[in-house]
Design a binder for this molecule. Structure first.
Ligand code: BYC
Length: 483
């Protein structure tokens, strides 16, 4: 079957890339498949592998009606290879090859670069499944449990997407990298995942929602940049992944939003006006807003690290070569070469944080990070609307970009969420005010009792406005084995 908008289910691996006619790649993928299933069974959602879950599966790449919903046992999910349709006469849109035909094969001189980017992208996908594998047990509802599993199976599919590119276009080393993606483990001392945030724990559901809001949003920005790539198969793969990614961010934004809503309701019902009266709010069985701020501080700062250094020759090389562009590259009005342009970068100069103009080419990561921060700020505003509507005087805020950083310009200093530089002892004295402390973690852990009755929700989270696939409130999204 040639490339099409419909998905071929006749092979073990659903696809729209004509795998039936590409026996070499089909065989390589079939050989990789058992290792993947083995990884899924040992590292995927713990305790739910035999449960029926109401999941969406991609059946087409047509944006209207690309998915169907049904009960599926997760290990039987049809992980497929799906690329957005090829655009006629697509060109390289930036860098030294601007205007040339987009590449259908990997250009020899950019092979190592492309392989690296695909492996880094691929590595994050199984990492997040590993990070979230314990959460099913404490799901605050069947609705939330189903959303978690939906995110997990789609991250699994995103791994498949990268593995397909490695196996089809990178020969033997591609196959070795595909194996490596199944060998590394989130948080493992000896063989950790490649990027920092993907080795952190996701200990509770508030973290899960913050992660899907902040870290999946880095995923969106990175996929948008890779979707600009002159290497057309990468671009097309990322374009389709973005369709799925949107739901992950929805899960994060509405998850945190519903926790906020519930807290505000409980405060109002109890007549508590001071959001900072943490002890009183916690007695209501909900998460106080200052603790939500701390979690947001943590996940935002970890996610900022995923953009790499503000000034990066790697990023400049990716851009000049045409392999990774900027967010919405084709909508930006400039020469798409950036050889003469500058871009303002926040830097540490003589112990102060200042904006300094740097060559725009080396500031590509900073620019993408700025786009990301703007996108996050809009979501935070939507959360604040919920608090405002409840008449509570508290607003969530994104911390300063210098706060709690491990990569780039601010990796070796300490700063407060307001961006004041701090001596190490000041930082140590105050950090529990800004980041979740052990006591905060213990409190949240105490709230994470499972709530698996149809239509019921845990004390700390409000129900959603509408069900998935318009299902009614008491729909059984997951048929849990209750043994
Ligand atoms: N942790 O020039 P630099 C997602 C390394 S999330 C550890 O500063 P560069 C998802 C870097 O690799 C999106 N190491 O940065 C979300 C380099 O090492 P080498 C994932 C780091 O290269 C939720 C060195 O430091 N996709 O999809 O311009 C759930 C100097 O690097 C980190 C991508 O990231 C870090 N945080 O940019 C599931 C896109 N940051 O090469 C999924 C592909 C930097 O010297 N990746 N380093 O050994 C990239 O575009 C780039 O690799 C990065 C770094 C943006 C990550």
């Amino acid at each position: 079957m040639a490339e099409t908008t419909n998905v071929d289910y006749s092979t073990k691996i659903p696809n729209n890339v004509g795998l039936m006619d590409d026996q070499r790649v089909l065989r390589a993928l079939e050989q990789w498949h058992p290792g993947y299933i083995d990884w899924w069974m040992t590292m995927g959602p713990e305790g739910f592998q035999t449960s029926d879950v109401y999941l969406r599966t991609a059946i087409s790449i047509d944006p209207k009606g690309w998915a169907k919903f049904d009960y599926v046992k997760m290990p039987e999910y049809r992980w497929g290879i799906l690329l957005a349709p090829r655009q006629d006469d697509r060109r390289v849109n930036f860098g030294t090859h601007q205007g040339e035909q987009a590449w259908q094969e990997v250009p020899g001189e950019y092979r190592a670069m492309l392989r690296r980017l695909i492996v880094v992208q691929g590595d994050t996908e199984p990492a997040s499944v590993e990070q979230q594998r314990h959460l099913g047990k404490t799901a605050p509802s069947l609705y939330d449990m189903r959303n978690l599993f939906q995110v997990n199976v789609e991250e699994g599919r995103h791994l498949w997407a990268m593995v397909y590119l490695l196996q089809k276009y990178f020969g033997k080393d591609g196959r070795e990298e595909a194996e490596g993606l199944l060998q590394r483990r989130s948080g493992d001392q000896d063989k950790p995942r490649m990027l920092g945030a993907f080795n952190e724990e996701t200990p509770d559901w508030l973290s899960f929602f913050m992660f899907t809001f902040f870290t999946d949003r880095d995923g969106k920005m990175q996929l948008e940049s890779l979707a600009q790539s002159g290497f057309d198969p990468l671009s097309r793969t990322c374009r389709f992944m973005l369709t799925e990614e949107a739901h992950h961010m929805f899960v994060g934004e509405t998850g945190v939003g519903r926790a906020i809503e519930r807290t505000c309701q409980a405060m109002k019902a109890a007549g508590i006006e001071d959001a900072n009266d943490i002890a009183a709010v916690r007695k209501l069985g909900v998460i106080d807003l200052p603790t939500m701020q701390k979690k947001a501080n943590l996940h935002f700062s970890l996610s900022l690290d995923l953009f790499g250094s503000e000034v990066s020759t790697n990023a400049a090389n990716y851009y000049t070569s045409g392999v990774k562009g900027r967010f919405q590259e084709t909508r930006i009005e400039d020469d798409h070469q950036l050889t003469k342009a500058t871009y303002p970068v926040s830097k540490l100069i003589d112990g102060n944080i200042k904006m300094v103009d740097e060559p725009a080419l080396t500031a590509i990561n900073m620019r993408l990070r700025d786009d990301y921060v703007n996108d996050c700020a809009k979501g935070v505003q939507r959360w604040n609307k919920v608090i405002e509507k409840a008449g509570i005087e508290f607003r969530l805020k994104l911390p300063h970009v210098a706060f709690h950083r491990g990569i780039g310009e601010f990796a070796n200093i300490q700063a407060s969420p307001a961006g004041e530089l701090l001596r190490d002892d000041d930082w140590l004295r105050q950090k529990d005010r800004w980041l979740p402390s052990k006591a905060d973690g213990d409190f949240i852990a105490g709230l994470m009792a499972r709530c698996w009755e149809r239509g019921k929700f845990a004390s700390w989270i409000a129900p959603p406005r509408v069900g998935i696939d318009n299902k009614p409130g008491d729909f059984e999204y997951v048929k849990v084995d209750r043994a």
